[in-house]
Design a binder for this molecule. Sequence first.
Ligand code: NAP
Length: 288
Amino acid sequence: MKKILFQFDTDTHPASFDTIVAYDGGADHVVGHAGLTPANVGPLVDGTIFTRPPKEKQNTAIFVGGSDLLAGQALLEAVQKKFFANFRVSVMLDSNGSNTTAAAGVARIVASSEVTGKKAVVLAGTGPVGQRAAVLLAREGARVVLTSRSLGRAERACKAMKARFGVEITPLEAVDHAARARAIADAQIVFAAGAAGVALLAEEHWRDHPGLEVLLDANATPPLGIEGVDMMARGAQYHGKTCWGAIGFGALKLAVHRACIARLFERNDQIFDAEEIYAVARELIKTG
Ligand code: NAP
């Protein structure tokens, strides 16, 4: 029986990135739907759960994506509300690559350095990747600060992640390079999660930092987020700090994304959100 993945996107078009990785992860057929909301997703979910017999239901799965993480979270909840008894299929949430990118990045950081009790700053953390990175670092025992150019946006992101995961993340306004340099002054870990092509720190802001242990930059579009961290860096030592560039840890992100797609089709009752996707990232690192 064909493995069919329904790509439920909250944006106006289903993301081509997610469609390609869905095929690469093992789906035989990917069906994209755009503009989905909790109000209109119901009949599409019904179609996935009422069509195949119990032993074949695992061949249907749902992927929730789009650029808005909170809209994705709400859509995932709405999808799950339609499930009952064994009338369910496995679902993965990865709005804008939030979970897979954060999971791969944090798994690389945790494998590079002790995180528990350390201060971690997620720069420009109000986007999907930054919010999930902050959550995963907090769940690893780090004291996490999330910056934004607007205190209000940072507060809303921290509140949303507390509501979903129960983690405490400290919001901080940091409007420019100088403010972001001050934000990392007593940190050991920096996760730069700014928008593509946005520079967040110059090399002078971190080069001589005495306590900084690990820097990771998610942005692969020049100018990079952290000047002086090559996008290909794979745990490279620069100025005595362990550095990960966007492509350097991006290979793991793609491997995690594909592996989660493949696992969706193993059973019909799984949810892949931040916790489960992070577990896959840790597992893939261990198994090489
Ligand atoms: P996003 O939502 O596009 O942007 C994240 C944050 O960047 C925004 O919320 C905004 O925060 C801040 N920002 C935007 N313009 C800025 C500016 N001019 N100056 C300072 N801050 C600015 O990002 P995302 O979707 O979470 O993705 C984060 C990064 O990961 C992106 O660079 C993306 O390309 C990259 N990515 C990498 C991989 C990988 O495998 N390496 C995979 C997926 C995504 P405020 O407005 O609150 O300040």
